[in-house]
Write a protein that binds this ligand. Sequence first.
Ligand code: AMP
Ligand code: MG
Length: 511
Amino acid sequence: MIPPAATRRRGAGDNVSLVNAPEALAPLTAATTPRWRDANFLQSLGPAFGTDLPPRALATPHWLARSERLAQAMGLEAWLASDDALEVLAGNRVPEGGRPFASVYSGHQFGVWAGQLGDGRALLLGEVDTPAGALEVQLKGSGLTPYSRMGDGRAVLRSSIREFLGSEAMHALGIPTTRALAVVGSPQPVRRETIESAAVVTRVAPSFLRFGHFEHFAHTAQDTAALRQLFDAAVHRYFPGLDPTPAALLEEVARRTARLIAQWQLVGFCHGVMNTDNMSLLGLTIDYGPFGFLDAFDPNHVCNHSDDQGRYSYARQPGIGFWNLHALAQAMLPLMDGAPEAASEQLLAALDPFKAEFASAMVAGLRAKLGLAAARDDDPALADDLLRLMAEDRTDFTIAWRRLAHIDAARDVFLQREKFDAWAVRYSERLAWESSADAERAARMNRINPKFVLRNHLAQTAIEAAQRGEFGETERLLKVLERPFDEQPEHEADAGYPPDWASQLEVSCSS
Ligand code: AMP
Ligand code: MG
C-alpha cells in the first residue's frame, strides 16, 4: 500500500542510514503534481488525429491498486497518495494544464479490415515530463468518446485488474510494455454478460501509437498529407537518428516487433488479440485483454475464448506479428514515390529482417534459458528437442524451465523419464563442453527463467478478493510479480501448479 501523503516523507524511512547524509537531505518536495505538457504528440498534429474531450464522471471512486514502483520512477509517489490523484485518475477532474484527448485509428481485426476504430474507451490525459522522460498518461474505461461505436466506453473491474497486474508483471520480466500506474474502482454498474462494476486503469507509455494509426490515414481517411505528417513527426520524435524513410522505419519496427515476440515466446506469454490496432509502433506489449501465461505447455494454446479459429495461438504469434507488419507496410505505400511495384518490393524487403531477428532472438534467449554461456551450432536442436518433449508431456512451462537449473528437479516434471534422461545426457555433455560450473549456471538461469508469472488463477484470486472489497490481494500479488526471479519462499503457493479449477477459467474479449 502507498501510505497517505501526510505520512510520507521522501528520504526518511526505516532504512535511512545516519551516515547516508545526501539521502537524508533529499528535498521533501520532489514529488508534487504531474507536469503536463501543452499538448500530446497526436493532438499537436491537428484535428484530423482525434478529439479533445473530458473524461466522464465516475461515481464514488476508490483505489483498487497502485504501482508504487512506477509512481517512484515518475516522481509522483506523493501525488499518487493524494485525493487529487484519485479524482484525476477516476476521470472526475481534468488536471490543471491537462488537455484530454481521444485519438482516431483503424485496423485489421482477426485478419479482416475493420475500418475506423479509435480510443473508444481510452482517453489520453496528456503527456507528463518525468525523471524517466516524457510519458503519456492514459485512462482506460473513462467513458464514451466519438470512437466508442456500439460500446459504453467503460471497462470492468476484472479486466482492469488483469491489465494492471499483467503490464507490471511483464515490465518486471524485462519485456517492453506499456505500464499501469493505478486502478480506480467504482460501484457504478457496467453491463457485460452480467452486471459488473466499473474500473479505470491508468496506463503509461512513451507513446500509445499503433500500426492502426497509420492504417487509418492510408485507408479510412485516405489522407496522404496527414499520413506524411504522422510519419515525419513519429520518426522525428520516437526514432531520432533513423533515416526518415518508410523503409527504414518499417525495418526498425520489424526488428523491434521480432524481438518483442521472441520475448513473449520465451516466457510463455500469449497476447490473445494481436489485431493491428493492438500493435505498438514502439514495439511495446499493448492492450492487455484476454492475454495469458502458459500453464501446461501446448504450442497451440489459445488463451482468448473468443478466438474460435485459434488465429492468435501461442505458436502463431510470430507469424501474426509478421502479417501485421505487412499491414503496416501497406499503409506506408502512399508515402512512396515511383512505380507501385518497385515501391511495394522495397517495403517488403524492409520487413525481411524480421525473420532473422526473430530467429536470433529466440536462439539467444533459449541459450540463456538453458544456461549456456558459449554458442554452438547444435544448440537450437537441443532447445527444440526439450520444447518438443515438454509439449508431448504437457509439462508446466514456467515450472519446467525454472527447475532446469537443477536437472534432477527438472526430471520430476516430465512423464516420459527415459526420453528426458536421453535429453539430459546430451545437455550434460553440452555443459561439460563449456566447463559450466553448476552453481554459477543455476544462478544465471534463475535470473532468466522466472519463478513467478501472472497465471490466470492468480489474477482470478485477486479479482474475486477485490469483488468482495478486499483490495490488498492485488497489491500483494503485484509485489510478488515485481520480483519474478527471486525465490520468495514465503510466496511458494504463487509459484505452484494451477489448481484444477484454473482449467475452467475462460478469458474472452468481453472486458
Ligand atoms: P480491443 O479489442 O479491446 O483492442 O478494442 C477494439 C476497439 O473497440 C477499440 O477501438 C476500442 O476502443 C473499442 N472498444 C472496446 N471496448 C469498448 C467499450 N466498452 N466501449 C467503447 N469502445 C470499446
Ligand atoms: Mg485495442
